[in-house]
Design a protein around this ligand. Structure first.
Ligand code: SAM
Ligand code: SF4
Length: 333
């Protein structure tokens, strides 16, 4: 499936819910978002049917996200159903990790191939301040569980926000002793970016990846550690838009994802579906296509047409747009 800019689109990112057990400062307001009703969100059978139609069109990878995908009832059955769909080669998930220890064995048995866990800091107080309600040890236990279950690769994502003063070297060093792929993501202006009730995103809070790379190497030098070098064969599968480096002899890698300082729109391979069944051609575009009505009232052909319409509307790039109508937890990050 190619879009009008010649890009092959084979990746579908599906938000299972807008609900979450965290309230991260860069993602949603303190009081949470006004949760969608059960009627509004896609039923699991509807998601399965959507993936079947998408697979016929050429989608090969599916990522389940949210909100927190693991709080969605029936998520294990959904993974099981999607992995069995002809044409789907891998099903992955982005999660804050809290529920992984109790769910990972079932998820793996259902066919989940890989997982991205979000973790912005190794400082317990800062973790609480960022997530507003979360405990660091819960997410760390989620990472341990993913490794113990043998999921490969296990990627850990940190959003970098200048005013938070995160300890980047401590995060990067987690790649040394275990096969963890630690990735830094530039803070994106998604959702309400106003100071008044929004995330308060500002350009001054974005740390461009090149600057961050230099900061980490400088901190490594000061700590008597070798510098990062381009990753060799240890680069994780499904490497996507990140650029990977590694410390010599490390088991894992350190990746940089630069949606702002180095647009990777030219390599964009995805469509997104919100929990309430809207196809979004681009994270930064509020233009959405209603696939829920097609799933509820139409034939597979109608579902297919909505996907193709969204595909045709994929913009060439995000043009540094600031702010979107929905916040990240509603779109599915
Ligand atoms: N709850 C899950 C989690 O946190 O992994 C999945 C949904 S969350 C919206 C997906 C990812 O989006 C997380 O890694 C989160 O850090 C990231 N994210 C949220 N808001 C962001 C922002 N403004 N800029 C960059 N990444 C953001
Ligand atoms: Fe929840 Fe993930 Fe958003 Fe944090 S980033 S509030 S864990 S959806």
């Amino acid at each position: 499936m190619k879009d009008s800019h010649g890009r092959v689109i084979d990746y579908l990112r599906i938000s299972l819910t807008d609900r979450c057990n965290f309230r991260c400062v860069y993602c949603m307001p303190e009081e949470g978002v006004c949760a969608m009703s059960h009627k509004e969100i896609l039923r699991l059978e509807e998601i399965e049917r959507l993936v079947k139609v998408a697979a016929d069109l050429g989608i090969r990878s599916v990522r389940l996200t949210g909100g927190e995908p693991l709080v969605r009832k029936g998520v294990v059955d959904l993974v099981d159903a999607i992995t069995k769909i002809d044409g789907i080669e891998n099903v992955s998930m982005t999660t804050n990790g809290v529920l992984l220890p109790r769910m990972i064995d079932d998820l793996k048995a259902a066919g989940l191939s890989r997982v991205n866990i979000s973790l912005d800091t190794l400082d317990a107080d800062q973790f609480r301040a960022i997530t507003r309600v979360g405990n660091l040890e819960d997410t760390l236990a989620g990472i341990d569980a993913a490794l113990e279950a043998g999921l490969n690769p296990v990627k850990v994502n940190a959003v970098t926000v200048r005013s938070l003063n995160q300890d980047f070297l401590a995060f990067a060093k987690m790649s040394i002793d275990r096969p963890l792929h630690m990735r830094f993501i530039e803070y994106m202006p998604v959702g309400d970016t106003s100071e008044d009730g929004g995330t308060g995103w500002g350009k001054q809070d974005v740390i461009p990846s090149e600057e961050l790379f230099d900061i980490i190497n400088e901190q490594a030098r000061q700590a008597g550690l070798p510098e990062l070098r381009p990753a060799g064969t240890s680069k994780p599968l499904g490497w996507g838009p990140a650029r990977y480096f590694e410390f010599p002899d490390a088991q894992g890698t350190v990746g940089f994802i630069s949606p702002l300082s180095r647009h990777f729109c030219a390599e964009c391979n995805r469509l997104r579906v919100t929990a309430d069944g809207k196809v979004r051609p681009c994270l930064f575009s509020d233009t959405e296509y209603d696939v829920r009505s097609a799933l509820r009232e139409g034939s597979d052909g109608a579902v297919r047409n909505v996907l193709l319409e969204a595909l045709g509307a994929k913009p060439d790039e995000h043009h540094d747009k600031v702010g979107t109508e929905r916040n990240m937890s509603q779109i599915g990050g």
